[in-house]
Structures are given as structure tokens and as C-alpha cells.
Design a protein around this ligand. Sequence first.
Ligand code: GFB
Length: 309
Amino acid sequence: MQKNSSIFVAGHKGLVGSSIVNELKRQGFENLVLRSFEELDLRNQHAVASFFMDNRPEYVFLAAARVGGIGANNKFRAQMIYDNLMIQTNVIHHAYLSGVKKLLFLGSSCIYPKFAPQPMKEEHLLTSELEKTNEPYAVAKIAGLKMVESYNLEYGTDFLSVMPTNLYGENDNFDLETGHVLPVMIRKFHEAKVHGCEYVDLWGTGSPRREFLYSGDLAKAVIKLMNEVSNSKTHINIGTGDDITIKELAELIKGITCFEGAIRWNTQMPDGTPRKLLDITKIKALGWVPEMSLKEGIVKVYEWYRNNK
Ligand code: GFB
């Protein structure tokens, strides 16, 4: 990408898109094409076709998606599959038709089988069954990845898919029902402290393991990949290489928020995949490593939450 290249960041108001925009600006990329949901509904094929033909972006970061934590994935199964299939199909197809030089599609580590060997390598895709709580979302993301691969093979496009692990950062969704575990825990512990509650209710058993990557680190990774990787034969994992149990995460956030009460585990709620640690050999070989430690990242996001919510 040149500093004046026209770059469309789809989903620029979300956790991932906003981090990419901030990092692009920090690196001096100025010609950003941004559209809010109100301005452009990416599920609408005609609107997307007109947008690409009128604006002709050279590069596309496809960070727009309907996302959520385990609760949202399990409950809004139809919306997860419909919205994601529509958004990514429209954007990838019209990026191809309008001659976009490079597109980067963001998937998710939940595309891998529920019981994939750990850490999960890129080649473990489609080797056995998926986790049921997020199957519709994962199927949509796998379709996006296969669309990117197929367009590259048949049409000779230079599109790339990346599979980030669980992400967190500023601009996250802190909704108690639909959010991911890390921002929801920040909110639960903070509110419990403020209201002097005796305990915080968390979901599941606390035994699953998760890997958490700061969205600012992800942004640096995807900009590097956009600049340096061409004609990739495979998708690329982006993670930290380390994971912790949900119980350990809870203790960490409890400490950072200075909540002094107890934790209760509601085992009626699902645990989800037991473990989904990504193998990051490929991206490390390209010279990228995450910079933010989990503790430092949570402190930063907690501060953001207190100032913004
Ligand atoms: O981030 P999360 O909601 O989704 O984390 P996944 C879920 C894990 O945290 C489960 C536990 O083991 C939950 O039982 N947990 C404990 C909680 N307390 C809470 C709570 O208050 N809220 C939430 N949300 N979880 C998502 C997928 O899976 O990961 C998406 O559903 C996506 O498709 C994303 O791939 C990266 O990590 O299980």
C-alpha cells in the first residue's frame, strides 16, 4: 500500500475495524474510505455494487461482521449465518468485479474443529466437527475463507484470509448478554464493585482455555500482511501463542478491577470449545509478534471502559 492508496475499511466502527483505522492513520495512510452501517448496508448487494463502482478502492480490509460472544452465537444463529454470508459475499465479489488490488478477510479461530489438536495449525481446518454454540457463525466464516481461496484460484485475485484468536480492546461490546467474555467480565466486576455486591455470576465451569489478543496488535499484523504477503496459498492464524483458563481470566480481572467479593459459576450456561489455541508459526516467521501483555491490555481496556461507558 502507498501512503495515498485508497483503502476501504469495512466495519470501521467495530472493535477490529476501529483498531485498523487508528493504526493506518498512525502509519500515515490518509486516503481511507469509510462507511457507517446507516450509509452502506453491506448485506445489500445493489448498494455494495454501486459503492465499489463509484469509489474504486484499491485495498479492502473486510472487518465488517455480525459478531458476539458465546451467548449471542448460540441465540442469534440465523442472524449470524445470514448477515455474515451476505456481507462477505457482497464485499468479496464486488471487490473482484471492481478490480481491487488486494483484499484481506478476517475470520475467527472458531472455524477450527471443536477437538482440533492444540495448538491449531492452518491445515487443521475441516478435519472434524465444529463447536455447536457457534457453528452457524463458523460455517459463514469458512465460506468466506473458501470464497477468497476460490477467487484467487479461478480469477487470479490477490486476496488473503486471516484467522484471529479471541480479540479484545477499546470499542468492544460490553453488553452482558451478547458480549465476549473479557469485556463482559470487566463490566460485571466493575459494576459489582461500584454497587458493593457480594458476588459476581459468571458462565460455565471456568475450565475452558482461551487465548486473547489485543486489537491494536491485530491491526499491526493485518497491515503488515497486506503490505508484505502476496498470492498466499493458505489463510494465516493470528494469536499470541499463549492461553489461560476462564477461571484465571476471572481472577486477573477481579484483581485489576479491585472487586473483593466472590465468584459464582453458573454451570447451566455453556462452556463452548474446551480449548482453541492457535499455532502462530506462520505469522511469526513473517516477523510479527504481539506487543501487549494480557494484564497490560486489560488495564488499558478497563481504563477506556471507565472513561467511555
Ligand atoms: O468470548 P466468549 O463469549 O466466546 O467466551 P467463545 C466464552 C467462554 O467464557 C465460555 C465463559 O467458556 C463461557 O462459559 N464465560 C464465563 C462467559 N462468564 C461469561 C460471561 O459472563 N459472558 C460470556 N460471554 N462468557 C466465541 C465464539 O466463542 O469466540 C465466536 O462464539 C467467536 O464465534 C469468538 O469465534 C472469537 O470464546 O466461547
